[in-house]
Design a protein around this ligand. Sequence first.
Ligand SMILES: *[C@@H]1O[C@H](CO)[C@@H](O)[C@H](O)[C@H]1NC(C)=O
Length: 383
Amino acid sequence: MARPSMAAFSPLLLLLFSAIRMALAITDGLLPNGNFERGPPPSQLRGTQVIGSTAIPSWETSGFVEYIPSGKKQGDMVLVVPEGAFAVRLGNEASIRQRLAAGAGGGAARYALTFSAARTCAQAERLNVSASGQSALLPMQTMYSSNGWDSYSWAFDVVAGGENAVDVVIHNPGVADDPACGPLIDSIAIRTLNPPRRTNKNLVKNGDFEEGPYIIPGTKWGVLIPPMVVEEHSPLPGWMVESLKAVRYIDGDHFAVPRGRRAVELLAGRESAVAQVVRTVPGRRYAMSFTVGDAGNGCVGDMAVEVFAGRESAKVAYRSDGRGGARRGVLEFTAAAARTRVVFFSSFYRTRSDDMSSLCGPVLDDVAVVSVRALRPTPAKRG
Ligand SMILES: *[C@@H]1O[C@H](CO)[C@@H](O)[C@H](O)[C@H]1NC(C)=O
């Protein structure tokens, strides 16, 4: 193939060309071989154990990593793979790594990683996810979905003028007695997050939850937004999960979503709260409106969402028939400070009627805070 010589490009063109190429280097969706459907050659497998750190195409592995076909038996348990026919298992201190080209300037952005994971033993497991010098330990102690698989998300920043490549690493820091006790991993995807903005109509950023991590097509369990991550690492721009357990990010393809394509399900009662700090003017009156509903996922019964704006609060009851529905709630409040924390959580736990083991709860969508002055026209002066 004939290649134009470098001299054919003006430096400016070359710069432009590389910036465009770099910006496109990370595309939304599965990472290359992110679903592990391409596996090691037979010579680099001993049973299920992967031999050689570059045996799995597009990945570098370290430690005891297994390549697991769907349907593999472990004791009396059959391992099911959420996407395709293969997944990997990370044993004690094992990790998988992939290098993504980010690029000077062009790659500067916040990215959300999404991956599916399943525990294979009853013990508490954690995964250390890292990229670009940032890391987080994501707890997997609670299974939220019925088949044992959940998808997790985490966000990291790539700064302008920083590194040209980002290593995404998932590491099992565990030291279980049984090496076959590590978690299964599948479907690793990435999405560039658009920075959320408050508008003059709504002081809440990303109030409709439309901006968030990649949801792997075909997964019926949404994506967990992990608890206790600071805003910088929240895969749900603008929002934080403040409490001990995750909230679930859901999509309209698999759940009833009150408005738009995305919403959050508050699935762990008082242990999972979403929060945002909103800029307010002390003494001014505001109205916070929001939608409470159910995800149409068989979560049946009385629900209640507790809402806080600073020190003021409200409780909105919602009766779910589990088939999707919603109502609007409003909390009017007077700002006490220049920053007002708004918080939402579910008053109690529920489990799905079709599957008592999986947690579910009310859905929250379409949160808006507006100055009441902006809502009510000042009455005309009487003569
Ligand atoms: C997680 O991984 C990162 C990157 O390898 C490392 O710097 C960090 O110390 C790890 N954290 C824990 C708790 O193991």
